[in-house]
Design a protein around this ligand. Structure first.
Ligand code: VGL
Ligand code: ZN
Length: 199
């Protein structure tokens, strides 16, 4: 069974000092680097928003970061401005070994819709193309690592499981934002969808 390592959003803005820092986000870097050699297929994702993206609290007068709003496609958390296309914060962490990446998938590049998952945007309908890439390369099994456990890793893992991939999340190489219990909710949602979580 061909296995792919999917490295989610290990970018400067999600690491300490970044615009949307995930506690301990940088700690995953050496672990991810050490795992790359074990996989014949390696895909990295990069959160990649245009300036003024609709998920940014700065675009919603009277709202602040981490508040919720209703978007046409459903509820959406508002975030500090982060991972703006071409900005330093959108770059991968400087110590992440990106040379072995076969494919880099950028997501969240449409102004009006956010995209946590590496497979579908937050409307749950618009594909990123990653499913077709993995299938045409004969990949059946995915191991997910990266940031953040409770948002982009979680949504990617659930979508992948629903698409029929055998999915496992390697928790030691992930870190969470954990807003209002979102980590526990994500772990439960992944369990329900048949994602295996390794500790
Ligand atoms: C992410 C919030 C906003 C993530 C991306 O990578 O988990 N979280 N954009
Ligand atoms: Zn984002």
């Amino acid at each position: 069974m061909t296995q792919a390592l999917i490295v989610i959003d290990v970018q400067k803005d999600f690491c300490p000092g970044g615009a949307l820092a995930v506690p301990g986000g940088d700690e995953v870097v050496p672990l991810v680097n050490a795992m790359l050699g074990d996989f014949p297929v390696r895909v990295f994702t990069q959160d990649w928003h245009p300036a003024g993206h609709s998920s940014f609290a700065s675009q919603h007068p009277g709202k602040g970061p981490f508040e919720m709003i209703e978007m046409p496609y459903g509820p959406q958390v508002l975030w500090p401005d982060h991972c703006v296309q071409g900005s330093d914060g959108a770059q991968f962490h400087g110590d992440l070994n990106t040379d072995p990446a076969d494919l880099i998938v950028r997501k969240g590049f449409r102004g009006e819709v956010d995209s946590y998952s590496a497979f579908f945007e937050n409307d749950h309908r618009t594909p990123t193309g990653l499913e077709g890439y993995l299938r045409t390369r004969g990949v059946e099994r995915l191991v997910l690592v990266g940031l953040a456990t409770d948002f982009c890793v979680h949504y990617s893992a659930v979508d992948a499981a629903r698409l029929g991939f055998d999915v496992s999340v390697c928790l030691p190489a992930c870190r969470a934002i954990d807003l209002d219990g979102s980590l526990a909710a994500a772990l439960e949602a992944m369990r329900v969808e048949g994602v295996s979580v390794t500790t």
